[in-house]
Design a protein around this ligand. Structure first.
Ligand code: BEZ
Length: 213
């Protein structure tokens, strides 16, 4: 198992899923992707997480992001559990769940942290860009469900900063002012940021979000 770091190409794999066999890179195609693990089927926090992701699907679609979940349980277990998720969370699971019972993918992505639990995956999140490179890694313990609003917020920042020479400040939300990249000189600013800018300090220059009308 190699360490996966930001900027690395997301390792490819083939796996069984609730929507058929997946070749990860082929499945991603030209989309961005989220690969997230949960510790086990038929557990309460995971049930709420997968129900939430199903409800957020239109938001992921809007951002051209495909979502795939994973746990080390088998396909039959996943299929039965999906019925429970649909029933209890008032939704329809609309994304694949990988059945990683041979732990191939969990080990490839270092999702099992033995000092937390030597058999189950932790709550890993990998955001992968449309260039197949890893853009974000977050790891939560089993006892803490993820905040998928935060994940959407981070994707907005990742996609904005992938295409514009800006960075997003603390607690930034889509639509708010952004920071001009330190690599941009003051002379370059008017041509690159025609909406104007405010210099708070020479190293802290703010501009309206450039990809909005
Ligand atoms: C849960 O999803 O509720 C959960 C799973 C494993 C350990 C603790 C909680």
């Amino acid at each position: 198992m190699a360490t996966i770091r930001l900027g690395d190409v997301a390792p490819n794999f083939t796996a069984k899923s609730t929507e058929g066999d997946i070749n990860f890179h082929d499945w991603l195609g030209d989309s961005w992707g989220i690969l997230f693990s949960h510790p086990a089927d038929y557990t309460p926090v995971c049930t709420t997480e997968l129900g939430t992701v199903a409800k957020y699907k239109p938001e992921f679609d809007k951002r051209n992001v495909k979502v795939v979940a994973l746990s080390v349980d088998g396909l039959e277990s996943h299929k039965g559990w999906v019925n429970d998720i649909n029933e209890t969370q008032n939704t329809t699971v609309n994304f694949p769940i990988i059945a990683d019972d041979d732990k191939n993918v969990s080990e490839l992505y270092d999702m099992i942290h033995p000092n937390a639990n030597d058999k189950l995956t932790v709550r890993s999140v990998f955001v992968i860009g449309d260039d197949k490179k890893v853009k974000l890694i977050i790891t939560y313990p089993a006892s803490t469900g993820r905040n998928f609003d935060e994940l959407l917020r981070v994707i907005d920042s990742l996609q904005l900063t992938a295409y514009h020479k800006v960075a997003t400040p603390a607690n930034w939300k889509n639509g708010e002012d952004v920071v001009i990249s330190p690599a941009i000189t003051n002379e370059q600013i008017p041509g690159m940021f025609p909406k104007g800018h405010k210099e708070i300090k020479p190293y802290l220059r703010m501009t309206p979000q450039p990809n909005l009308d």
